[in-house]
Design a protein around this ligand. Structure first.
Ligand SMILES: [Ca+2]
Ligand SMILES: [Ca+2]
Ligand SMILES: [Ca+2]
Length: 138
């Protein structure tokens, strides 16, 4: 059923997310000047793989998948209420099976809505301004 497809998709996303991470480290190695390695917030440029100055769906989706890993502080593969932060309503929305934790599959279900909310001119890409709304620092 759908589930298998979702898993394959998820796998692709996680690979992409790992790739983003690898690229970020690679870029960071030679020039250590910017922020210290401790605050390795990835910026727009880190997610714009093809360098066309905007994020397509896949690039934004990889960024979104990666944000899950960042929120999952204890690394157990789920987001607790505390990990997700104080937005109670958002937690209820995301936790579609009501088990009081957010799996990555539940989390990624909200990607589409976030993406279209951020894509204010509706061209299917996020420019820098739009990506900032999406939670990706310029
Ligand atoms: Ca967790
Ligand atoms: Ca859940
Ligand atoms: Ca746009």
């Amino acid at each position: 059923m759908e589930y298998g497809k979702n898993l394959v998709h998820l796998f692709v996303l996680l690979s992409l997310a790992a790739l983003v991470e690898a690229c970020a480290h690679f870029k960071m190695a030679p020039t250590r000047n910017k922020k210290s390695a401790a605050s390795k917030e990835l910026t727009f440029a880190d997610h714009d793989f093809d360098g066309d100055g905007r994020l397509n769906r896949e690039e934004a989706e990889a960024a979104y998948a990666r944000s899950f890993g960042k929120l999952d502080k204890d690394g157990n593969g789920y987001l607790s209420r505390i990990e997700l932060g104080p937005n109670k309503k958002r937690f209820e929305e995301l936790d579609s099976d009501g088990d009081d934790r957010i799996s990555i599959i539940e989390y990624m279900r909200s990607f589409d809505r976030h993406f279209s909310d951020a894509d204010s001119n509706g061209d299917g890409h996020l420019d820098r301004e739009e990506a900032a709304k999406f939670g990706i620092p310029k």
